[in-house]
Design a protein around this ligand. Sequence first.
Ligand SMILES: *Cc1c(COP(=O)(O)O)cnc(C)c1O
Length: 489
Amino acid sequence: MRISDKEMMALTDLPFDKAPPYRIKTVEYTIPTTRELRKEIMKKYGYSGRLLPAKYVYINMVTDSGTAAMSDRQWSAMMLGDESYFECRSYENFEEAVKLFTNMPYVLPCHQGRSGEYLIYETLVKEGDKIPSNTHFTTTHAWCYHKGAEPVDLLTEEYLDPDNKSWFKGNMDIPKFEAYFIENAENIPVVEIVIPNNLNGGQPVSMANIKAVRAIIDKYDKRGTKLYLDVARISENAWMIKQHEPGYKDKTCLEIVRECMSYADGCHMSSKKAALINMGGFVALRDRETWQRMQPKLIRTDGYITYGGLSGRDLEALAVGLIEGVNDYYLQDRQRQVDYFANALKSRGVHIIEPACCFAVYVDAGKCLPHLKPLEGPATCLSAQAYIEGGFASTAMDSLQRAREDTSDPLNDAKLKTAPYELIRLAIPRRAYFEPHYDWAAECLARAMSHGTKLPAFRKIKEDRPALEKSEIGLRTFFDNFEPVSEMP
Ligand SMILES: *Cc1c(COP(=O)(O)O)cnc(C)c1O
């Protein structure tokens, strides 16, 4: 029998605050490269972490999505995957784990986060609706447009202040939300809180913030507005609540997750993140009728309601990983790695967004390369140069690549807004890297930065491809390509 979830939480005096609570059984190689080759590769593959062949990437922090190392417990559970089409036994294990995690009565598996979002937006959202959020993720943003609705981001002022060091800068801005909700309640079927706030520095959301959003909905509701949580990394956010929000020190992260859920009507999870699996997701909710309305939509796109586009073995890996991923010892170690990496960067003079939390460190490339203007792509440039320096890949999220459209007039390029920070996201794959890797990654960025004004501006390449439709406009970052105006050092 595998070690149980309860056994994994046994009281200990082992140094889990200093070293991982696990050891490694399988390791993974990539093809070694030289600086000369990396320069060629960069030129050939468009100076972007997204376009680089992964086999040539030594340290890969382009994303933390689906990149976790699974445990012996997960791999062994996969061998028990029941691949019967209807009502497979693996569904029972999946359902039990998701109900334990969410404390919600109705669940649907789906192949990843966005297919779960589809069920919610397809069922609840209509043309002319408005969907407020702390910051929509790329795909819920796209679903809003797809349905003719407007995604509305109500980010806190604290995040916009680079000197603010408070712990929960990913929050929904409560005064802004209250005013917006009073004004638009009739047209708001769903409010989304993304926990933590992936697209804005990975900043955490506090329990108080979730409660306050709930209270505003309850107070001014005009149509049965639902609160949905986008919970890809809620387990990691729970660790931040445990550490930094008064009253949660003695709670387990699972208890904290369940309390977050208790204020919501439903949630959707990309389980490729905190649930430690390579593929999978789910929707969980309280309302039976909405759940029933989602079912035929799931069958139309993903498959029957007990597998949702996943194989039995995927459901098994998810069931184990979801609970393993909310284990306090594991989460403590995860944040320790983020802290280590943040310090490795800071000690080399690389500017980062603070606090560094949960799943990634975000570099403030605008500060690192002050000679480049936002639309000259400081993050695009620094990220590309860091790969040339030492095979380290990351994701640039600067104004050049991620300028935000005006959501009430999304096709009007003249209204594009620059990003609040010129970010590079260094997303840390789970259970994959060690301290020397973090040191080397930090070294790559520091060496890249040291070229200073020799680092060139970037510009967009005009490509011969059909224009994106309105519903797809937020996905431009996956299709636009860029080049330096002069040779990279
Ligand atoms: C990744 C992600 C999603 C979408 O999930 P996929 O599994 O990639 O479809 C949704 N919300 C957030 C916050 C995410 O990070």
